[in-house]
Design a protein around this ligand. Structure first.
Ligand SMILES: [Zn+2]
Length: 258
């Protein structure tokens, strides 16, 4: 049942990474060829996160995990949320570029120009996001799902615990009790939820610890404001900075309905 697997990341269940990757693909593609190229086998191939994941460093890949398939979205082969480090967009879009250029060699220059433009916008975003989160370096967060290790590593934050004891598996009351103790001891002031998180569990945790709840978008399209890859970080960074700064980013104290 348990096994050790290194540096292999499958496509997580659900469409989230596919959406994120297709949002990047739109940036690399010229608008005029989007419709034609999205129907090619090459693009379907690049949409497999397994291929993309070989281009990035997958976190937690040496941690023994439950076997895949027992429940939806276990992190069976390492943490699959690698697109949440914006630096990984360089490697991901490089893979997308190669797949698109293989499908349409005559358009390689267009794809390269578009990717360069995307990376310039990414660099501007990175400067903006780092500056916004810099005052909160070292801040400890508790996340509902283990979605954010790539994100916090990039921006100097710390995940002090997860509501889900194992990714994709609802927490036991005993685990929640331990988590509440740990949050109090560590002074965790912010709980990171995402659309679809159990409002009752998040509410209970917030009530027990006084921590604020902020709902972040884990992927492009996870909620309407996360319209593309760069907007995903603009939205998440701003919400998180407000929550860490003591503003009630989510006054209801519970995840917003999807
Ligand atoms: Zn996950």
């Amino acid at each position: 049942m348990y096994g050790r697997v290194r540096r292999v990341a499958p496509l997580p269940s659900g469409g989230a990474p596919g959406w994120t990757i297709s949002a990047m693909t739109r940036d690399v593609l010229d608008e005029a060829v989007v419709e034609r190229v999205t129907r090619t086998m090459a693009l379907r191939k690049v949409a497999f996160a397994e291929d993309i994941a070989r281009a990035v460093v997958v976190l937690d890949s040496d941690v023994p995990r439950l076997s895949a398939g027992a429940r939806p979205h276990l992190h069976a082969y390492g943490n699959p949320h690698y697109w949440l480090d914006p630096e990984n967009a360089r490697a991901i879009t490089a893979r997308i570029l190669e797949a698109l250029a293989a499908a349409r060699p005559e358009d390689r220059a267009v794809f390269e120009t578009n990717r360069a433009r995307f990376l310039a916008r990414l660099d501007a975003g990175l400067a903006r996001w780092r500056e916004r989160l810099a005052p909160f370096a070292g801040a400890r967060l508790v996340a509902v799902h283990d979605t954010w290790p790539y994100f916090v590593r990039r921006f100097g934050l710390v995940i002090a615990g997860a509501v889900e004891e194992r990714p994709g598996v609802p927490p036991s009351p005993a685990h929640l009790g331990r988590l509440i103790e740990r949050m109090r001891a560590a002074g965790v002031r912010v709980i990171v939820a995402e659309p679809g998180a159990s409002p009752a569990i998040v509410r209970r945790l917030a009530d027990a610890t006084g921590a604020r709840v902020v709902t972040l978008a884990p992927s492009v399209g996870a909620e309407p404001a996360a319209t593309d890859y760069l907007a995903l970080f603009d939205v998440n960074v701003e919400r998180l900075a407000r929550a860490l700064g003591g503003e009630a980013a989510n006054p209801a104290g519970a995840p917003r309905p999807q």
